[in-house]
Design a protein around this ligand. Sequence first.
Ligand code: ADP
Length: 242
Amino acid sequence: MNGDGLTVRDLRVTFDGFTAVDGVDLDILPGDLRFLIGPNGAGKTTVVDAVTGLVKATGSVRFGGEEMLGRPVHRIARNGIGRTFQTATVFEELTVLQNLDIAAGAGRSALTMLRRRRDVPEPVVRALETTGLTGLRDRPAGVLAHGQKQWLEIGMLLVQDVRLLLLDEPVAGMSHDEREATGELLRRIGEDRTVVVIEHDMDFMRSFARSVTVLHAGKVLKQGTVAEVQADARVQEVYLGR
Ligand code: ADP
């Protein structure tokens, strides 16, 4: 499996006449670990919402060579695009394993899932290992630490064979150690998938981004490596130099 690339052209989203995303182009190569940064209100979440079909947009969003724009959310998800939100949405009363099992079974019939209940499917075993949650598999998700819940949510995407992950501030509220562990997790995931991370934490971006897009007022202000972005005077002005 190799990650697929994401090509966005002239993406536009308006809310009641207000243009939140104003002609955004993105070229995210297969296997990239792209950070999407920019001040509050720059349009980062709206870009991700448009790519995943949550808001209406114009332009073009091609993934794996196919046009995603205009498709319903579930069809886009079925094409291998998955996302997390700032607040992890896991089933708190179910165990880690059950959460992953349900995610893996999405789209499978209840009967198939019942039949399979005794053996842990291979993708679930791999997701437990990748996210470092193997030792916690039988704990209810509700007792997990904040960081562990985020990792579980990422694991729930991995078992669905997601090839493009869009993560909304995955390290918000995490401890230093959790941030480091999350960065390493993103690196592992990115070995054979494409990952896009909305982020506010500049230290985290510097440590783990392979490439960066800076959004400002709905437009791409700068795209490049961490060093290129940091050296850009306009970026410093609107964002980094605050
Ligand atoms: P960011 O994620 O970079 O902080 P957002 O994508 O959340 O920015 O928002 C971009 C702009 O669009 C903001 O000005 C925000 O107020 C506006 N916006 C976002 N969602 C909606 C909505 N559903 N209705 C109206 N305005 C919205």
